[in-house]
Design a protein around this ligand. Structure first.
Ligand code: MRU
Length: 346
C-alpha cells in the first residue's frame, strides 16, 4: 500500500482520515487539490507533506505548459506560496518547495522542458525519502536490543513518508533483522494518529503492538519497564532541539526520569539549520473542535477555554541520539548536525 503515487499526470494520495476503516485514494489534478490534501490532513507526517508539495509543483508546472518561461515562473511562485501556507511546523514542506523552485530556475529550454525536469526532481525527492528511511532503519536498528519493549508516539511510519518510515522504519528494520520486539503505540490525542495509523501499519507488518493512551506512558515505564522510546520529527533546529507531535516532550521527560533511552529518527530534509533553537520553530495551533468534540459530538462544556498546539519542542539535552540517514548523532548536536548537513552524499 503506497502513501502516494504519480500516474499519467495525476497525483494519488492515500486518504489517511478514513484509515483504518477504508483504504481510498484522493486524486489531485491541480496544485490546489494537492494543497487541500495537506490542509485537510488526508496526508500528514513531515516527509510525506514535502513529497506531496513537490508533486503539487509539478501539477502547477503542467497547468502552465503552454505559457512562456516568465509566465510559468509566476505560476510556480503562486503555487509555492499557496502550498507553503498549508502547515507551518514541518520544515520538509519548505525544503521540498525550495528544491523544486531551484530546479525549475536552473532548467534550460522551454516550459515543456521545465515540466520534465520538475517531474524528475519530484521523483528524486520521493525515491530519496525511501532510501533515507531504509538507511536510518539500518543505523537505528543497531540501537534496538533483542526482545526490546519500544514506545513510539504519533505516526512516523510509511504513512508519514514516501515509504518505510522514520521511527517506524527503525522498528521495521529491527523486526526484519529477527529481533522479537514489542511496540507500545500512544493513541496521540487529539488527532489519534497512533490509534488509527501506527497500530494499522504495525499490525499489517505482523509486529506486536499494544495501544495505550498518552497519559499511561510514564506509568508504563515504571510498571512494566521499557528499553527505548523512538519518535520522528517535524523540524530539528541547529542545536538539536526537536519539534514533534504534541506529547513528545512529556515522553522525553519521563524517559529521562526512568533512565530509558530516547531516540529521534529523521532525515536531513527535517533539519533546519536556519533556526538556532526550538524556541524559533513555529508551532501549529489547530481547531478547538479537535479537543471539545468526539466523533462529531460535543464532550466539553460550551464556552470552555481551549489550547490546542499540534506540536511541542523537546530540548536537545533530553535526546539520547538523533538517527539520520548519514549516521547516528550524539550530543553536542550543533557540530554533529553541521557536519552532516554540509557533507554531500553520506
Ligand atoms: O500532525 P501530523 O500527523 O502531521 O504530525 C506528524 C508527526 O508529528 C510525526 O511524528 C512527524 O511528522 C514525523 S513523520 C516521519
Amino acid at each position: 500500500m503506497e502513501t502516494l503515487y504519480w500516474k499519467d499526470g495525476v497525483l494519488y494520495v492515500l486518504d489517511q482520515t478514513v484509515i483504518p476503516h477504508d483504504v481510498e485514494y484522493v486524486s489531485c489534478r491541480t496544485y490546489s487539490e494537492a494543497a487541500d490534501t495537506i490542509r485537510s490532513m488526508q496526508v500528514r507526517g513531515a516527509p510525506a507533506i514535502g513529497v506531496v508539495a513537490a508533486y503539487g509543483m509539478v501539477l502547477a508546472a503542467l497547468a502552465a505548459l503552454s505559457k512562456n518561461r516568465e509566465e510559468l515562473q509566476n505560476e510556480l511562485i503562486r503555487a509555492s506560496s499557496i502550498l507553503i501556507e498549508t502547515r507551518p511546523t514541518a520544515v520538509n514542506l519548505r525544503w521540498a518547495l525550495e528544491r523544486m523552485m531551484a530546479r525549475a530556475a536552473a532548467a534550460e529550454g522551454d516550459s515543456e522542458a521545465v515540466c520534465a525536469v520538475m517531474l524528475n526532481e519530484a521523483e528524486a525527492i520521493f525515491g530519496e525519502d525511501i532510501s533515507s528511511n531504509e538507511r536510518m532503519g539500518a543505523y537505528g536498528q543497531e540501537l534496538v536490543p533483542q526482545q526490546a519493549r519500544i514506545l513510539t508516539h504519533c505516526n512516523a511510519g510509511a504513512l508519514a513518508t514516501a515509504g518505510f518510515g522514520t521511527a517506524l522504519g527503525v522498528i521495521r528494520a529491527a523486526h526484519r533483522a529477527g529481533k522479537e520486539i514489542g511496540v507500545y503505540a500512544t493513541e496521540t490525542r487529539p488527532y489519534m494518529q497512533g490509534t488509527r495509523l501506527t497500530t494499522f501499519e504495525l499490525m499489517r507488518e505482523g509486529i506486536e503492538v499494544t495501544l495505550i493512551t498518552d497519559g499511561m506512558a510514564a506509568y508504563l515505564m515504571s510498571a512494566r519497564g521499557l528499553d527505548l522510546v523512538v519518535v520522528g520529527a517535524d523540524r530539528i533546529a541547529a542545536n538539536g532541539d526537536v519539534a514533534n507531535k504534541i506529547g513528545t516532550y512529556g515522553l522525553a521527560v519521563s524517559a529521562r526520569f526512568h533512565g530509558v533511552p530516547f531516540y529521534v529518527a529523521a532525515p536531513r530534509s527535517t533539519i533546519d539549520m536556519r533556526v538556532p533553537d526550538g524556541a524559533r520553530i513555529p508551532i501549529e495551533e489547530r481547531d478547538h473542535v479537535e479537543i471539545t468534540h468526539f466523533r462529531g459530538g460535543r464532550v466539553a462544556p460550551e464556552g470552555v477555554g481551549v489550547w490546542n498546539p499540534a506540536f511541542d519542542i523537546t530540548p536537545n539535552e533530553l535526546i539520547t541520539a538523533i538517527i539520520t540517514e548519514a549516521g547516528v548523532l550524539r550530543s553536542p548536536y550543533g557540530p554533529a548536525l553541521e557536519e552532516i548537513m554540509w557533507t554531500e552524499g553520506t
